[in-house]
Every structure is written in C-alpha cells, then in structure tokens.
Write a protein that binds this ligand. Structure first.
Ligand code: GAP
Length: 443
C-alpha cells in the first residue's frame, strides 16, 4: 500500500512537470529546496481556485471586506503578534553531517537518518525569513517576509472600520503569499518555504464565537466539496491545547489522507481578541454603546495544499483505456485523466482540426469554433499537435472536460465531435449549439 502511495506521488509530480503545471524552483541551478515555479496550467488552476474562493467568501456576501496588504511590515507587527518570540519549531542537528531535522518529525531522535551520526543540541528555530528594509544596517531596519497573511488584516482593522463602518459580525479576507523557513520542506508542494494562503478574519462579539466557529466549519467543508476535494479523505481533528498556536483557544484542523499520511490541509481557529488587543485596536459597538475588542474566528486555507488535495482527488487511471475511434484516429492504450470540476479546470475545452495539414479544416476550426468559444469561455485551448488519440491523452492529463474535433463532415453538416473526458464518449453537436451545450454541462 505504501509503495502504491509513493508511486502516486511520483506520478503526480511527474505529470505536473510534464504537462506544465509545476516545476522545481531554480531547477537549472540544481534546485532550491521548498520552492516551486508554477507553469501555465498550474497558474490557471491556482487562479481558478483562488477566484472560486473569493467569489464564495467575498463577492457573494455582504459582510466581507477584501484587502491586499504589503508583504513587508514593520517588525513591531510581528513582535505584537507573538511571532518574533514564538513562531519557532524544535530543531535537532547531526553532529557528523550537520543535517538538520524538525524534532517532532523524526522517529529516532538520536540517530541521523542520512549518515547514522549522533543527533545533538535541540533548539528552537524561528521560521520567519528576516530581511532589512532600506540602506540602513541597524536593527531598526529589520523586517520579515510575512509568515501568515492574517496580520495584514489585523493591522488594517481600523482602516476598514473607518472606511466602511461595518456592523458586527463582519470579516476581512485576503489571498497572498506567505513565507516560512521550514527546517525540512517536503512532500512536493505540501510543505514549502514560499506558499499562498487564503484567509478570513471574522470579527464577532465574544459571546457569539462558538456559533460562528460552527458556522465557518460548515462553510469550509462546503467549499472543499465544491472545488472537488474528495470528502471521504477529509477528517476533522480537534487540536489539543498543547499543540495549538499561541493565539488560539480552539483549533480544528481539516486533515487529508495524502499518500504520505493523514496531515493538515486547512485550519479553523478561535483567535480570541489576542491580535486586536496586542495591536491595541478596538471597536465602538453602537448596538451596545460600548467600546469592545472583537473576537476572531479564522478560517485559513493554504492554496498549495488545496492544489495538492485537488490533484490527488482528481487523478484517475483507466487501465483499459477507451477506444478513441474518432474518425479512425484513435489509440487503445490505458489513460490517465484529471477529473477536475469544470469551474476550476485550467482548460474547459480544447479545439482541434482533425488534420492540421488540411487548410479547410484548420480555417473552419479556427474561425467558426475556436474564436467564438474562446471569446465566451476564455479557458479554451487550440490543440493540433500529434494525432487525435495523442491529443485526447494530453487533454486528459491536463484535465480538460471536453475535446472538440472539426472533421470533414463538419464542412458539410456544421456539426463537430465533442468527446467527454470522464466517459470517453463522443457526441455529434451542431456548431451553433456548442456554447449552450458546454454551458449546460459545466453548470
Ligand atoms: N493564520 C493562521 C495560519 O497561518 P497555519 O495553520 O500555520 O495557520 C494556515 O497555516 C494554512 O497554510 C495551513 O492550513 C496550510 O494549508 C498552509 N500552510 C502552512 N504552512 C505551509 C507550508 N510550509 N507549505 C504549504 N502550505 C502551508
């Protein structure tokens, strides 16, 4: 079983590189651990996931305010938030080869996994990347790449209240990069040093925190299902007090069954009034005519882990394959396909002329099919590389729900072949009905 699981990760990593989703960072110089570069389809997938999140949690609500705060903030922000003092993992080092490990992630805390040497000197390692802002070299120039997007919202709490006068409860939402100098980045994009978060800080009166905690748990679960995460693999973990972050009085982690084990996917925390109080921010509750410090429920989603969970949930192998006998140009071997929901698939449909050396087919496919679908759906790909069977295999691996082929019959009856990714089945559809056909399918 373990071998199968390792195999699955290898297959996903290889597909992501081969098909232009995700590449190792700084690869031509030997790679930089814990960093990845996102290719054309990876960016598209990530953007669709982020847009879907923003649409559900910001655009379709009345109580949410978006923000895009600077990544660099004054060091006082991270002192007040407790990250300078406490955002650290326990680290242990090999006496012989100097390999470093996160103490809580190794089985044998005495022996180096790499060279068998003795492990020594456990110390706490602060995970924030430190940098200096400006030309000055003194300690007042110290800043950090943010380890969470959350603080960008807390420090803009007053600005948001002054600008929009929201009534409690209300939330702030942000999507952006976060950086952590992880001791041992691992498992592809699961634990990286540069990643993205989608976070909400939901401000409420203290007495209402439990109600909104439960409410946001439901919202998070429904979002996961909507973007195509396999809910049979999602588990809730009530995090024990000793394992919770310094700011949290209650945390539920949503864990996912990754091939490398059951591990955190997203989290939901009750941050109390910890952050606003430490930043000395408050709020006039007009309803109660008093000054209060609102309490915070924080649903947090890692974009990279969302991508990984969606890839793992969507990956299917069909060992038999399907006879792709589109006009006799099919292949019979097994196939791999990514069963993305159309709402997040990088490509909704691919358009092909059956033969690329037949100008009449290319002309029709380009002007009468591709151009209008591209204008309507945007995420439409022109694909005339290789024979039809190869194109289907490629589009299956990209996760394209529909492949549309213009052939010689099209020239006389204005119909095209539409091939369904999941079933491999093909239908003849009138070109004039294509847009509605696809719209119906994706809805
Ligand atoms: N503001 C709260 C916060 O940052 P967290 O549990 O430390 O909480 C939130 O991080 C989410 O960010 C995690 O649930 C995970 O999805 C993602 N995440 C955290 N560290 C990560 C890493 N090194 N690589 C990829 N994603 C990470």
């Amino acid at each position: 079983m373990e071998k199968e699981n390792n195999n699955l990760m290898e297959k996903i990593v290889s597909l992501c590189k081969r098909r232009g989703f995700i590449f190792p960072g700084s690869e031509i110089y030997g790679g930089l651990a814990g960093t990845y570069d996102w290719g054309h389809f990876g960016v598209a997938l990530k953007n669709n996931i982020k847009q879907y999140w923003w649409k559900k949690f910001v655009d379709s609500r009345r109580d949410m305010y978006g923000i895009d705060a600077a990544i660099l903030m004054r060091q006082e922000v991270w002192q007040a938030s407790g990250h300078v003092a406490g955002f650290a993992d326990p680290m242990i080092e090999c006496e012989k080869c100097k390999e470093k490990y996160r103490t809580d992630q190794i089985v044998d805390k005495n022996k180096c996994e790499k060279c068998g040497g003795k492990l020594i000197e456990e110390k706490m390692f602060n995970m924030m990347f430190q940098t200096k802002v400006g030309a000055s070299d003194d300690s007042s120039a110290i800043s950090y790449l943010r380890p969470e997007t959350a603080q960008g919202m807390f420090v803009n709490f007053k600005n948001t209240v002054d600008a929009f006068h929201p009534k409690l409860p209300f939330g702030m939402a942000q999507i952006g990069k976060a950086f952590r100098n992880e001791i041992t980045p691992r498992d592809f994009i699961f634990r990286v040093r540069e990643f993205e978060q989608m976070e909400i800080e939901y401000f409420t009166r203290e007495e209402d925190w439990e109600k909104y905690f439960e409410y946001w748990k439901g919202e998070m679960l429904s979002w996961m299902e909507e973007v195509g995460i396999d809910m049979n693999k999602v588990h809730e973990l009530e995090v024990l007090a000793e394992d919770r972050a310094h700011y949290s009085k209650r945390t539920v982690d949503f864990e996912f069954d990754y091939p490398f084990g059951k591990k955190e996917l997203f989290g939901l925390a009750y941050r109390t009034d910890f952050d606003l109080a430490n930043h000395k921010l408050d709020y006039i509750d007009e309803e109660k005519s008093e000054k209060i410090t609102p309490h915070v429920i924080e649903p947090t989603f890692g974009v990279d882990r969302a991508v990984l969970a969606i890839l793992l949930s969507s990956y299917f192998e069909d060992p038999e394959g399907k006879q792709e006998a589109s006009n006799g140009a099919g292949e019979k071997e097994g196939r791999v396909y990514l069963k993305f929901k159309p709402s997040i698939a990088p490509v909704i449909c691919a358009v092909s002329p059956l033969l690329k050396n037949k100008p009449e087919l290319v002309e029709y496919a380009n002007t009468k099919v591709f151009a209008s679908l591209k204008a309507e759906f945007g995420r439409v790909m022109w694909d005339d590389n290789g024979n039809i069977g190869k194109r289907y295999r490629r589009q299956d691996e990209i996760g394209t729900p529909f492949c549309i082929v213009v052939d010689f019959d099209t020239l006389t009856d204005d119909t095209v072949t539409v091939r369904d990714r999941d079933t491999g089945e093909q239908e003849r559809i009138k070109v004039s009905d294509l847009k509605n056909y696809i719209k119906e399918k994706i809805n």
